[in-house]
Structures are given as C-alpha cells and as structure tokens.
Design a binder for this molecule. Structure first.
Ligand SMILES: Nc1ncnc2c1ncn2[C@@H]1O[C@H](COP(=O)(O)OP(=O)(O)OP(=O)(O)O)[C@@H](O)[C@H]1O
Ligand SMILES: [Mg+2]
Length: 205
C-alpha cells in the first residue's frame, strides 16, 4: 500500500503511525523495533512492511529482519530466496552482507529468515543476535523485526528485550481483550519491553 499507492488512506495512516512511534520514543527515531501480536494472522507482516517502507520513504535506511520461525513471510513479500538469511548468519554460516537482499524500494533491505535449524529459537535468543543487531545498526538507521505471535512463542519476549521498542498489532473486532492484555503483560514482565504503541489493524468501520 505505502509503495504502490502512497496517496491512499492506508499509506497516510502508516506515515502517522511512523510519526507517532517517533513521538512515543521520546521524539527521536527508534533504532530497533520488534513487531508482534497476541495471535496469528493479525497483521504483523503487513505492519512491518508498510511501516518500514514509510520510514524508507522519508530517507531512513531500513533493514527488515524476518524472525518468524513459525511462518516466515518476508521472502515472499519481496520475492527473495528464504536462505541465506538470519539463521544462517546467527549459526555462523553466512555474513550479514551475504544474506541481506536489496529491494526495489530505495533505502530498504531485507534479511529473510534463512535455513531453519533445530536450534533456531536458541540462536534467536543468543548473544549472536545482539551482535547481529549491533552490526546491522552500523549500516542502517532502523532495524524492524517481524516475529511470530508472542503468546505462541514466549521466546519473543527475549527478542523484545533486545529492541528499543515494541509495536503490538491487534486485529480490530477479532483480538480478544484478555489476549491483548496477556500479550502486553508478557512483553513488559518477561521482556522488559517498551511498548511504543498498538496498531489497530483491519478495524471495522
Ligand atoms: N489492514 C489490512 N487490510 C487488508 N488485509 C490485510 C490487512 N492486514 C493484513 N491483511 C491480510 O491478512 C493476512 C494476514 O496478514 P499478515 O500476514 O500481515 O499477518 P501476520 O500477523 O503476519 O500473520 P502470521 O501470524 O502468520 O505471521 C494477509 O493475507 C494480509 O495480506
Ligand atoms: Mg507474519
């Protein structure tokens, strides 16, 4: 939406979300954001992609990382290979530069999930992930991580603790209040996450 039809209402809403995230981050642009939701299919990937594009469109150099080991989708959206990607880099099989794909959107690059290994979740929560984020931030203004649902995968909390901010995606008319609160508490209690805001996706009008 933000790329193919930047004048549409949804694209304008993503620009507003981008600006509100800056505001919620104390007025400075956040360097690392994790996008999650309580359950599946609530719009995490859609939010990740459109938010990243709206940041790239204002001139920020942005890297999307696909960390959704349950249902990786970033390679499909940008039509890249799935591997090499994040897991290959964390396992020491590839360098970031080998695994990052440029996109037709200037300033926006993607790191797909990569090869799934039996210890992928441990790798995501390892010190290698901290190092990868640190290296990525030498080259990019912002890193945005697309993840699995937080209530399906408590390890997302550890990943959240490595990021400056977390955006919680809720599906209008679908996400139950209890599950939204459970996700919030889980991220704040276990991940010590700073939730910078909620995206209310697919809201009924
Ligand atoms: N605001 C929206 N309007 C219309 N369709 C949407 C919207 N947000 C998401 N979708 C569609 O809903 C489906 C699920 O969205 P998305 O893949 O972003 O969810 P997800 O939370 O990443 O799912 P998963 O838990 O599987 O990773 C996709 O087909 C997507 O194109
Ligand atoms: Mg997804």
């Amino acid at each position: 939406m933000t790329y193919l039809n930047p004048q549409c209402i949804s694209a304008a809403q993503f620009r507003a979300i981008r600006n509100n995230i800056d505001y919620a981050s104390g007025g400075s642009k956040p360097r690392s954001l994790l996008i999650t939701s309580p359950g599946s299919n609530e719009g995490k990937t859609n939010t990740t992609v459109n938010l990243a594009i709206s940041m790239a469109q204002r001139g920020d150099k942005v890297l999307i990382i696909d960390a959704n080991v349950r249902n990786p989708a970033i390679h499909d959206v940008f039509n890249t290979q799935i591997s090499p990607g994040l897991i290959n880099v964390l396992a020491g099989f590839s360098t970031i530069k080998d695994a990052v794909y440029s996109t037709e959107i200037g300033n926006l690059a993607v790191l797909p999930l990569g090869l799934l290994l039996s210890n992928s979740i441990e790798l995501l929560n390892s010190i290698s992930m901290d190092e990868l984020l640190k290296l990525a931030l030498d080259d990019y203004d912002c890193v945005i991580i697309d993840t699995a649902p937080v209530l399906d995968a408590l390890d997302i909390n550890t990943l959240a603790s490595k990021c400056e901010g977390v955006v919680l995606v809720l599906k209008g008319g679908r996400t139950q209040r209890e599950l939204a609160l459970k996700a919030k508490h889980s991220l704040e209690f276990f991940g010590k996450a700073k939730i910078v805001g909620v995206v209310f996706n697919k809201a009924l009008r």
